[in-house]
Write a protein that binds this ligand. Structure first.
Ligand code: C2E
Ligand code: MG
Ligand code: MG
Length: 373
């Protein structure tokens, strides 16, 4: 929303005056409001909700600024307020140094989304019993025009902040499913896992769109898996359950990513339709030296199995960790020791060069060449 305040004078007090208006706006917005769900639906009845706002303030002052510049400054100040966790922020010239680059990056991201500058790398998950690879994870990369290949850490927060996650998720899904079609046509029956951010939960069209994307490509059930984090489940349990149930009824499996680092509430394991847990990599590196970690991992694997869930270990960086996980009965392993995430063509080479048999090969330390990911 944009608020225009007209007829203010040019006194030094004007900024204070405007700030007090911003505070009033915030107070009004902060009031709890009630939403009522119709009887008969799950969670029926009234509930209180709250809403917060970040306000960026920019002043024309006596300068003759074009309105586009004023809007840009207000936007910059708004990001500043958001980043600092403040309610409002008044634009200052020095904000521009950081925020001009951020705004430019957001512009470049918008372009990247429409001009095929996002690419997907694939990392294999190895079956620890048979050594086979039937699953890969799709991980987004950005081919930036001047900064080279960027990793998710460098841009995903900005994607969220700028409200572009919806677009990114669709692009990644399309790319990954197109690749699945190629692999399936070649007889490589790989399941591709795509990551969904927690914000995807509020995107009500997503489940139908995902189902349609699969149908358009004639992909079999089981070709797609979705990785979500615990945060996704905590935002709105009922909604999460509905979305997951809908996806699963179309053969899309659900995996909990970074398991063990988030809320790790046992109740969602009981209540929600999920298929797989991915144990966070922070448990994997100390696994071979630390007994407590080892005990924790062993019992988490047992817990998963007793609930009928598969357990995947992320961040396997050594042959020691790999063989220990195999001994503990973990189902699959993913990590740099086997392969970094690589473009599809490189994964094809890796799969082709790999000894088709089992983990004995990997355990013997014959690590297939892995390109940088
Ligand atoms: P994630 O889903 O937990 O993915 C695993 C991350 O661990 C990947 O980082 C992968 O490169 C890295 N990794 C794999 N094996 C090892 C290992 O042995 N050692 C170490 N140190 N790291 C390993 P990446 O590709 O940088 O992705 C980071 C995160 O960004 C992902 O974590 C995921 O949460 C998010 N992400 C990636 N692609 C997408 C996407 O398309 N959509 C959304 N919403 N999030 C994505
Ligand atoms: Mg993941
Ligand atoms: Mg993870």
């Amino acid at each position: 929303f944009v608020v225009i305040l007209e007829g203010l004078n040019d006194s030094p007090l004007v900024a204070t005056q405007i700030e007090s208006i911003a505070v009033k706006i915030q107070e009004v917005l902060a009031k709890a409001y009630e939403l009522t769900l119709a009887t008969g639906s799950e969670g029926a009845g009234s509930r209180q909700h709250h809403c917060s706002a970040s306000i960026g303030i920019a002043l024309f002052g006596s300068q003759n600024l074009p309105s586009s510049e004023l809007m840009k400054r207000a936007d910059t100040a708004m990001y500043q307020a958001k980043a600092a966790g403040e309610g409002h922020h008044v634009y200052r010239g020095e904000d521009d140094t950081d925020f001009a680059t951020r705004l430019q990056t957001v512009d470049e991201l918008r372009t990247a989304l429409t001009q095929d500058k996002l690419v997907v790398y694939y990392q294999p998950k190895i079956d620890l019993r048979t050594g086979e690879v039937r699953h890969v994870e799709a991980l987004v990369r950005w081919e930036h025009p001047t900064r080279g290949l960027l990793y998710p850490d460098a841009f995903l927060d900005l994607v969220e902040e700028a409200g572009l996650m919806r677009g990114l998720t669709r692009v990644v899904l399309e790319l990954a499913l197109d690749q699945a079609v190629v692999w399936h046509a070649d007889g490589r029956l790989l399941t591709i896992a795509v990551n969904l951010s927690a914000s995807c939960l509020v995107d009500t069209d997503l489940p139908d769109e995902v189902i349609a994307m699969l149908a358009d490509r004639n992909l079999p059930q089981g070709a797609l898996r979705l990785e979500i984090t615990e945060e996704f489940l905590m935002i709105d349990r009922n909604r999460a359950r509905n979305v997951l149930t809908q996806l699963r009824s179309h053969g899309i499996q659900i995996s909990i990513d970074d398991f063990g680092t988030g809320y790790s509430s046992l109740s969602y394991l009981r209540d929600l339709p999920i298929d797989e847990l991915k144990l966070d990599r922070s448990f994997i590196s100390p696994l071979t030296q630390d007994e407590r970690t080892s005990a924790l991992v062993a019992s988490t694997i047992d817990l998963a199995h007793s609930l009928g869930l598969r357990m995947v270990a992320e961040g396997v960086e050594s042959h020691l960790a790999y063989s220990k996980l195999a001994r503990l009965g973990c189902d699959q392993a993913q990590g740099f020791w086997m392969s970094r995430p690589v473009p599809a063509a490189e994964l094809d080479l890796w799969l082709g060069n790999r000894h088709p048999i089992d983990r004995q090969v990997d355990i013997a330390g014959e690590r297939p060449t892995a390109a940088s990911g």
